[in-house]
Design a protein around this ligand. Structure first.
Ligand code: 3HC
Length: 331
């Protein structure tokens, strides 16, 4: 039997009748769980939603390099330093895959970076918190990367092909990140009383912001319903948050650490853990730019971009010389 994609014309010519017919083909492809590819017709709002989400995701990856890079020079051993450097480089790579995926939707990386630098696009709230001790590197790996995986594994089945494919590789690397964070915290937890206390303190500070990473509660999530109908998102913010809590509770026990929530308890009836209220005022304040590190993160990002101008210029000159290329190169 022919699939919706088999009937999918390359492009609409812009007439109203065409738009209806093309929309029907698009809807059928989404309903049949087929991938939408860059040259397929898609509703403008679907394209805009993807650009918004993928850009925010890409920005999160590259801004997310900062809190951990802060500890590279002070890693306690050569092994830990090598692991941390590899992890931070992975995040840069994730940013590149994601900017590439956004480019397939007709936006340039320059445009997206400009929107980040001028505050017109967001990055994840989580990266506006400081990394105060070495244990924070472990807490980020275990909790932040753990939350990212919980959110991102379903994105491997996103209806937009280039985003879904980028997520497959990203998730594999994030799994390694999560494991290294867990292993780091385990070493601290089983170490001296001071090391154990440092691990516990880091978990205390990163737990609630990690739960906020999943976004506002479902009844305040502006985009979830439409994004789920388009199969960009496969689960709601609250569903994924609950899944994450359920995963973390036994892992915390194995680590010998406590999650800082007195209301956390197993609910037999629901088959899930109940947890205490999240401070959504803090979340919205961080989104407005009032988190502990918002200003520092953006200032450093802009500075890095300016200082990298010569690399972009050199790459563009090299491409023009060797390929006769005209396209701008990005560093
Ligand atoms: N931080 C910042 N902004 C957030 C947010 C968060 N944690 N959660 C939600 N928001 C914003 C949304 O962008 C939206 O704002 P906008 O309308 O101005 O764009 C608003 O809050 C309302 O939220 P919605 O629930 O309606 O938004 P979404 O449907 O887009 O859902 C999301 C939010 C679950 C984060 C979704 O966008 C998503 O799954 N994104 C892909 C994953 C991602 O971006 N992850 C970043 C995490 S960090 C990371 O991956 C790096 C790794 O190394 C740890």
């Amino acid at each position: 039997m022919a699939t919706a994609a088999a009937h999918r014309p390359a492009r609409a010519d812009g007439t109203a009748a065409d738009a209806t017919a093309y929309e029907a083909v698009f809807d059928a492809a989404v309903a049949a769980d087929e991938r939408i590819e860059p040259r397929d017709w898609m509703p403008d709002a679907y394209r805009a939603t993807l650009v918004r989400q993928i850009a925010q995701h890409a920005h999160s990856e590259i801004i997310g390099m900062q809190p951990e890079a802060n500890w590279i020079t002070r890693a306690p051993s050569l092994r830990r330093k090598a692991i941390l450097m590899a992890k931070v480089q992975d995040e840069a790579g994730h940013g590149l895959y994601l900017y590439g995926a956004a480019e397939t939707l007709g936006t340039s990386r320059d445009e997206l970076l400009d929107k980040l630098h001028t505050g017109r696009q967001k990055y994840s709230s989580i990266f506006n918190y400081p990394t105060l001790t070495w244990a924070d590197v472990g807490a980020i790996g275990w909790l932040v990367d753990g939350a990212a995986i919980t959110n991102q594994v379903p994105l491997c089945r996103c209806s937009y092909g280039p985003y879904a494919r980028a997520m497959v590789r990203i998730c594999k690397e994030e799994s390694f990140h999560q494991r290294q964070g867990y292993e780091l915290l385990l070493a601290l937890s089983r170490g001296t009383p001071e090391q154990h206390a440092m691990a516990q303190d880091a978990v205390n500070r990163w737990w609630w912001p990690s739960l906020m990473m999943f976004g506002p509660p479902d009844d305040e999530s502006a985009h979830s319903a439409q994004s789920m109908a388009w199969k960009i998102k496969r689960h709601s913010n609250d569903e994924l948050r609950q899944r994450f809590v359920d995963i973390c509770v036994p892992q915390a026990q194995s680590l010998g650490l406590t999650l800082p929530d007195p209301d956390l308890k197993w609910n037999e009836e629901r088959g899930h853990h109940d947890f205490g209220p999240i401070d959504w005022t803090e979340f919205w304040e961080v989104l407005k730019g009032n988190g502990p590190c918002n200003e520092q993160r953006l200032t450093q990002r802009k500075q890095a971009h300016e200082e990298g101008a010569w690399v972009r210029e050199a790459a563009a000159a090299y491409a023009a010389k060797h390929n006769g290329g005209t396209g701008a190169q990005h560093a």
